[in-house]
Design a protein around this ligand. Structure first.
Ligand code: PFF
Length: 359
């Protein structure tokens, strides 16, 4: 394993770094967990507790990760090696780096499956399947997809290919460029959906569900739920932030940049939550969490609204973009490790991390 350091490619601009971290943070966690968790745990009270966790725990940890990555300009394993040597600490710290890379890969193994479902839905909805379906038909469609994994082969391969092309092209030509296109597109789709939700007549009801204050419900369970969600959604402790930090110019202020990401991720989660809950309420349905919300409730709910079919495709495209930007971040530590420590050319490193780990 090599430990030599060569000049590292950097993000083209601080805003791209912010968007890259936002892209990593904004994923399935925000879309299928946050709205439900917020409603279930006590609306505005939970949001306050969550913000407290983000600002007091999440942002400092994120700052530390960025700082470590930028200091070493390396992947998590090599970073730990360099830092422990410099500090005269135990070389066993390197295992923390391996653990971070491994965790990302393990999350990727289930994330990629759900991403394939999302791509399958984008194609099916665009082809006019799932039009005006009821809850039973939507749930049959979902069950049929799960029971016939071969039907997912095309969507899974397309998803993997997109991730591979982005990762294989390197930091500047791959990640940086993809993020500069995907994130503004994601925000544009969210804006369209928000305007639609606002005009649906159910925005106020969704607002009440998400933001109503129930201070009596504050307890240890709420803190634990908020903290664990903050860790997952901010992609902390998995070497992702550290690796992205390795590509940040030394001129940039870490504190401001990271605080910006923490706040933007929360705002994005809340805005997606407003869209999701508004659509569910407009169809007189109940918000659920997990796969049921995304793959059964929402297609039915959108189907009952004016122009719902088109908007449902837009919604799934948004989720698809969010999944791509999260997955490239999950695999970047492993890809950087293979490239920097095992001297594999970048495209080969990307093929190994996407192929070997994703199969
Ligand atoms: N933050 C992503 C989400 O909320 O869906 C998931 C994730 C991405 C977790 C990257 C961890 C990570 F390293």
């Amino acid at each position: 394993m090599q430990t030599g350091r060569k000049a590292q490619e950097l993000w083209s601009h601080r805003s791209v770094f912010i968007l890259a971290l936002l892209g990593s943070s904004a994923g399935l966690g925000n879309i299928w967990k946050f709205p439900y968790l917020t409603g279930e745990q006590g609306g505005g009270t939970f949001i306050l507790v969550y913000l407290f966790c983000v600002l007091l725990v999440g942002v400092p940890i994120m700052m530390a990760e960025v700082l470590l990555g930028r200091r070493t300009r390396s992947n998590p394993v090599q970073s730990m090696q360099i830092l422990s040597q410099e500090a005269g600490a135990s070389p066993r710290w390197v295992w923390a780096g391996w653990l971070a890379v491994l965790t990302g890969v393990l999350i990727f193994s289930f994330y990629a499956v759900v991403a394939a479902w999302i791509f399958h839905y984008i194609f099916s909805l665009s082809a006019g399947l799932l039009v005006d379906v009821g809850a039973e038909q939507a749930s049959d469609f979902f069950a049929a997809m799960l029971n016939a994994p071969e039907s997912l082969l095309i969507s899974h391969s397309i998803f993997m290919l997109v991730v591979l092309l982005i990762l294989g092209a390197g930091v500047r030509r791959g990640l940086d460029r993809a993020i500069r296109y995907l994130m503004p597109l994601l925000l544009l789709l969210l804006f369209i959906l928000l305007v639609y939700a606002y005009n649906s007549g159910y925005f106020a009801q969704a607002y009440h569900y998400l933001f109503a204050f129930h201070p009596d419900r504050i307890d240890a369970g709420m803190f634990i739920a908020a903290l664990s969600h903050a860790f997952f959604t901010l992609s902390l402790g998995m070497g992702v932030v550290m690796t992205y930090g390795a590509y940040l110019s030394r001129k940039e202020s870490i504190g401001q940049t990271v605080a910006c990401v923490g706040v933007l991720d929360t705002v994005l989660g809340l805005l997606v939550g407003m869209v999701v809950i508004t659509v569910v309420f407009a169809a007189q349905m109940e918000p659920a969490s997990g796969p049921g919300l995304l793959f059964i409730t929402l297609p039915v709910a959108f189907g009952q609204m004016h122009a719902g079919q088109v908007l449902c495709v837009i919604f799934f495209l948004l989720v698809g973009f969010a999944a791509v930007t999260s997955v490239i971040s999950l695999l970047e530590p492993a890809t950087a490790l293979l490239e920097q420590s095992f001297a594999l050319p970048r495209p080969v490193a990307a093929c190994v991390s996407v192929g070997a780990l994703g199969c």
